[in-house]
Design a protein around this ligand. Sequence first.
Ligand SMILES: NC(=O)c1ccc[n+]([C@@H]2O[C@H](COP(=O)([O-])OP(=O)(O)OC[C@H]3O[C@@H](n4cnc5c(N)ncnc54)[C@H](O)[C@@H]3O)[C@@H](O)[C@H]2O)c1
Length: 261
Amino acid sequence: MNNRFDGKVVLITGAGSGLGQATALQIAKEGAKLSLVDLNSASLEETKSKVMEVSPKAEVILITADVSDEKAVENYVNETVAKLGKIDSFFNNAGIEGKQNLTEDYGIDEFQKVVAINLNGVFYGMKYVLKVMKEQGFGSIVNTASVGGIRGVGNQSGYAASKHGVVGLTKNSGIEYGQYGISIKAIAPGAIMTPMVEGSLKQMDPDNWEEVGKQFVEPNPMKRFGKPEEVGYLVAFLLSDQANFINATVIPIDGGQSYKY
Ligand SMILES: NC(=O)c1ccc[n+]([C@@H]2O[C@H](COP(=O)([O-])OP(=O)(O)OC[C@H]3O[C@@H](n4cnc5c(N)ncnc54)[C@H](O)[C@@H]3O)[C@@H](O)[C@H]2O)c1
């Protein structure tokens, strides 16, 4: 078994569910101390108990915070350093999809909310974590973008704007911080079966969402949804020292769908 995170401190936002939880489990198995952040404290407790099952000696702190609140972000970064001593790796992942609608019908409040969480939240996270990493002289960051951050998907004005913004932030900061030994990358997941995607399918057809899901993945070259643990394996690699030279770039994990004509 790999132990790429022995003695390392890994900070994860959106750790209560889906991709954040799957990544926490993978990284805990490899020896990390974890600082887990989410808006939902009950879901954080659930992730912690799953972590303790796979890694009974793991050191884990839980921080309930809203990533769209700059002060709360500054606090989760400070609390992580105060309690665990440093931040080796940061999975800057919390996000929401928002309601689906044509651009002309897309709600102004909805747009602002999605951007506040998905884009401002990622920027605040990088702003405070990079200060710590620059002083340390090492670190790795993975920001969660989306296929909706590299392609047009439709009906997702807020999501598309925010995720394209995450890709832009990743390229910009990766160029700035490579000289300090810090690598920054984004992932662009396609449809991965998490509570977010289940919610999205239910928006399309509440009574028949599983059937809608089957049709949804039909154009995918692999004809299936991705699994959260598949993203966990990728993020663990990208956050590890093995991936230090991968910087300022975006990596799709989507069964090949975003390259299909
Ligand atoms: N599942 C997919 O198919 C998919 C595809 C592309 C990108 N993504 C992105 O992956 C990330 C994780 O999504 P997921 O599928 O695991 O969703 P999820 O809903 O299962 O998990 C997201 C977590 O983020 C938390 N969260 C939401 N708003 C928050 C806030 N303001 N502050 C702190 N925490 C907050 C939620 O409580 C939840 O625990 C998101 O950024 C999402 O946009 C997901």
